[in-house]
Design a protein around this ligand. Structure first.
Ligand code: G1P
Length: 274
């Protein structure tokens, strides 16, 4: 059973400055819901109840968002406005939240290792909240949990991207073992243009087995001088098995302005209910 989901959320969100100068990028709203809440919804749908958030300096609002706001609750209690809090109240009822601070920004691998104390020795999911994933049917994490139950190894979500965009992602190469499922034999973090092993880009959804923590510890800094989860996963793939899964659904890169606008329009047209 996968019961915990890790949300690395310590990054600066520089692509959204000045909005993210004092507001965590994970709190940027898509219509009226912060990005992180979409991620938490997806994890809950996949059966996880332990939300483990790796925060950093200036990220207090992330903690406050999943806590009671007594003044506000008191003020709107018994009015029609209470309805607006229904979803977040239901999340707080179903999930529990733990937080840990990442003091230095040393890369995604380092952020995941920082979360070790919250996860312990069990398989877990990772959600990068600025990749917003939607699907009419089962959410992406739920699809990945079903796959994990079958294969019992680490899994990364992938999507085909145009060749000229591979340099923005971790990119995998692998042998297809079943429809939409690949056994990874190579993966590269943000390959230089023209050198990517394929156009299958890693999207911010992972299922990781806990041996990844010791592997990360041994992983030297890679691209950009940062400790990369992509490099640790390649080691894990060589030692045993890592799968890449071409998920069903749509993904928006909400870390970029065009992706954020696209997501906003999509959510407003398809998911927003007044
Ligand atoms: C991270 C990962 C990268 C992955 C991407 C997905 O990069 O390092 O492998 O493809 O997330 O969004 P970032 O976008 O944080 O630079």
């Amino acid at each position: 059973m996968i019961t915990k989901c890790l949300f690395p959320a310590a990054g600066y969100g520089t692509r959204f400055l000045p909005a993210t100068k004092s507001m965590p990028k994970e709190m940027m709203p898509i219509v009226n819901k912060p990005l992180i809440e979409f991620g938490v919804d997806e994890a809950l749908e996949a059966g996880m109840t332990g939300m483990c958030i790796v925060t950093g300096r200036g990220k207090h609002s992330l903690m406050d968002h999943f806590d009671i706001n007594y003044e506000l609750e008191h003020q709107i209690s018994g009015t029609a406005k209470e309805e607006q809090l229904k979803d977040i109240r239901s999340i707080m009822h179903s999930a529990h939240f733990t937080f840990i601070r990442q003091r230095e920004m040393k890369g995604l691998g380092h952020a995941i290792l920082t979360g070790r104390k919250l996860i312990g020795d069990e398989p877990f999911a990772v959600v990068l909240a600025d990749d917003l994933c939607v699907n009419e049917d089962e959410g992406v994490l739920k699809q990945m949990v079903a796959l994990y139950n079958q294969f019992r190894c680490s899994i990364v979500a992938v999507e085909e991207v145009p060749d000229e965009e591979t340099h923005k992602y971790g990119v995998i190469k692998g042998e297809m073992i079943k429809d939409d499922i690949y056994r990874v034999d190579d993966m590269v973090e943000k390959p230089e243009p023209g050198t990517a092993p394929s156009n299958m880009a890693i999207i911010g959804r992972y299922i990781l087995t806990p041996d990844i923590f010791d592997i990360i510890k041994e992983t030297p800094p890679g691209k950009g001088g940062e400790i990369q989860i992509t490099d640790a996963l390649l080691t894990q793939a060589k030692k045993g098995c890592v799968l890449a899964y071409k998920f069903k659904g749509k993904r928006f890169d909400c870390g970029s302005v065009p992706g954020f606008i696209e997501a906003t329009n999509y959510v407003y047209d398809n998911l927003y209910h007044e």
